[in-house]
Design a binder for this molecule. Structure first.
Ligand SMILES: C[S@@+](CC[C@H](N)C(=O)[O-])C[C@H]1O[C@@H](n2cnc3c(N)ncnc32)[C@H](O)[C@@H]1O
Length: 234
């Protein structure tokens, strides 16, 4: 939770070999796999709710969703921990502002400055208290009425580590050296219990990583009450 305001690049903190491998795989997959069009149905809502403010994309990887958002004419501010993924995303979506940083550091937009937040499969690397703090920070960066679209590993995501690995916490495992959380419906409910209006929760399967990957797709609106950064919404 430390290092606020200092980017991973400036501090010299880099991605792990697993993240570098994931970035390379993502880059290759987006060349050979059909695109994962999950954002398409949400583009009108993104346009409406962002109200001209930028969309903040958290953990953009090599830019699949960044490209979809930018192609729809939305201004995008995105970031990822992996320098390799960021380089690929910058090359692919030059019109987006894409930084290299840890999501536990200060976001590149201030309080209330994002019209929407997109976080696809990037919020699952942390202990529960950090995950809740992250949800509160996303709440704070959104304007009141702003839209959050996020996807989470499901507890049914058996191809990507949901079972058979040493547990750190409930549904939070050491998956061959990488910490990964898997969410059930109750965890989604807990995470967004206060401060949000839920638009939809959908259990789905994506094939963007080759094997079927079970996930939750959640859409929420930030409610109207301001919440200080670091404070859980009530
Ligand atoms: C499963 S990938 C998803 C990438 C992208 N959102 C997509 O759906 O194509 C997870 C991404 O989260 C990034 N990530 C992991 N830990 C992070 C952290 N602490 N801060 C920022 N990004 C992180 C990884 O580098 C990776 O690109």
């Amino acid at each position: 939770m430390a290092w606020r305001g200092v980017t991973a690049e400036r501090r010299g903190r880099s991605s792990t070999w697993r993240q570098r491998l994931l970035a390379a795989v993502q880059q290759r997959l987006h060349q050979v796999m059909p695109p994962d069009p999950w954002l398409e149905p949400w583009l009108p809502q993104l346009q409406a709710h962002s109200a001209g403010l930028p969309v903040l994309e958290i953990g953009c990887g090599s830019g699949d969703d960044t490209a979809a958002l930018a192609a729809a004419g939305l201004p995008v501010v995105a970031f990822d921990l992996s320098p390799e993924a960021v380089a690929a995303a910058r090359q692919r979506v030059p019109q987006a502002r894409i930084g290299c940083q840890d999501l536990r550091d200060a976001f590149p937009l201030g309080s209330g400055a994002a019209g929407a937040v997109v976080a696809s499969l990037s919020l699952h690397y942390f202990p529960w208290d950090e995950t809740e703090a992250l949800a509160a920070r996303i709440h704070a960066v959104l304007r009141p009425g702003g839209l959050l679209l996020c996807r989470f590993n499901s507890t049914e995501d058996t191809h990507f580590g949901a079972h058979g690995h040493p547990a750190i916490e409930d549904n939070f495992y050491d998956v061959r050296g990488e910490r990964k959380r898997f969410f059930d419906a109750a965890a989604i409910d807990r995470l967004f219990a206060r401060g949000w209006q839920r638009l939809s929760t959908r259990h789905a399967v994506t094939r963007k990583y080759g094997l079927p990957k079970a996930l939750w797709e959640v859409a929420l609106l930030r409610d109207g009450s301001p919440v200080a950064e670091g404070e859980a919404p009530r």
